[in-house]
Ligand binder design. Structure first.
Ligand code: PGA
Length: 258
């Protein structure tokens, strides 16, 4: 059966000292909170803090408390790409996950579906699990074309994959109008799109693959609304921005599955 997952996307927040404090608190609270072993917790800090996050991702008796992810990766291999970080670098550090195609990358860095597909390929080649974000703008939803936008993003970003690779991917549905705005999608709106995405996957790769795909919801998901969202049939967890920056809130979200 598919995994329940809660991933924290820190974005460009926290200096070194604050990051250390948050990671410390998180490890302690996850350990104390006896998180259900059924939930996979992922923390995606700025890549600069990867090593520290990996160090703090295990308890003193070596129990793994959370997996560490990156927020982006280069679409290129190694070489003369100043400022970039390759999939090989991430995997050699022990990074297990990487967010790809976040709407902020699409908006501010003009990331295209073709680049998303190239990044996914690079990550899979290094054994890293891509968390691929899709989601419509407010104007898309208002014009009633959100399903078309999402279909295009899913098809172009992921449907070039062979089945044996596609099964390694996680998808996050993040309506852009809900990200950082405090305006969460209703549980029904989230469920509707998640079911739509699972349907697209079923058409392309079959029932079994669709059934095992984890689809996360992201966009103003917080300690108060997570339980209702996670209770939906096709919502398998969350990609959490703002609420991942407070250990207590993040741990409440982790424990929001029925
Ligand atoms: P938010 O961000 O929870 O702050 O809305 C979610 C995301 O961008 O992944």
């Amino acid at each position: 059966m598919r995994k329940k997952i809660v991933a924290g996307n820190w974005k460009m927040n926290k200096n070194f000292q604050d990051a250390e404090e948050l990671l410390d608190e998180l490890s302690e609270q996850i350990e104390k909170g006896q998180k259900s072993s059924k939930v996979e917790v992922i923390v995606c800090p700025p890549s600069l803090y990867t090593e520290m996050a990996l160090d703090l991702s295990h308890s003193e008796d070596e129990e793994r408390l959370f997996g560490v992810g990156a927020q982006d990766v280069s679409a290129n291999g190694q070489g003369a790409y100043t400022g970039e970080i390759s999939a090989d670098m991430l995997s050699s550090m022990g990074v297990e996950y990487c967010i790809v195609g976040h709407s902020e990358r699409r908006k501010y860095f003009k990331e295209t579906d073709e680049q998303v597909a190239a990044k996914v390929d690079k990550l899979l080649a290094e054994g890293i699990t891509p968390i691929v974000c899709v989601g419509e703008l407010l104007e898309d939803r208002e014009a009633g074309r959100h399903f078309d936008v999402i279909r295009t993003q899913v098809e172009k970003g992921l449907f070039g994959l062979k089945q044996l690779d596609f099964v390694k991917v996680i998808i996050a549905y993040e309506p852009v109008w809900a990200i950082g705005t405090g305006k969460t999608a209703t549980p029904d709106q989230a469920q509707e799109v998640h079911a739509f995405i699972r349907g697209l996957v079923e058409e392309k790769y079959g029932k079994e693959v669709a059934r095992n795909l984890s689809i996360l919801y992201g966009g103003s998901c917080n300690a108060k609304n997570a339980a209702e969202l996670f209770a939906q049939n096709d919502v398998d967890g969350g990609l959490i921005g703002g609420a991942a920056l407070k250990a207590e809130d993040f741990v409440t979200i982790i424990n929001s599955f029925k």
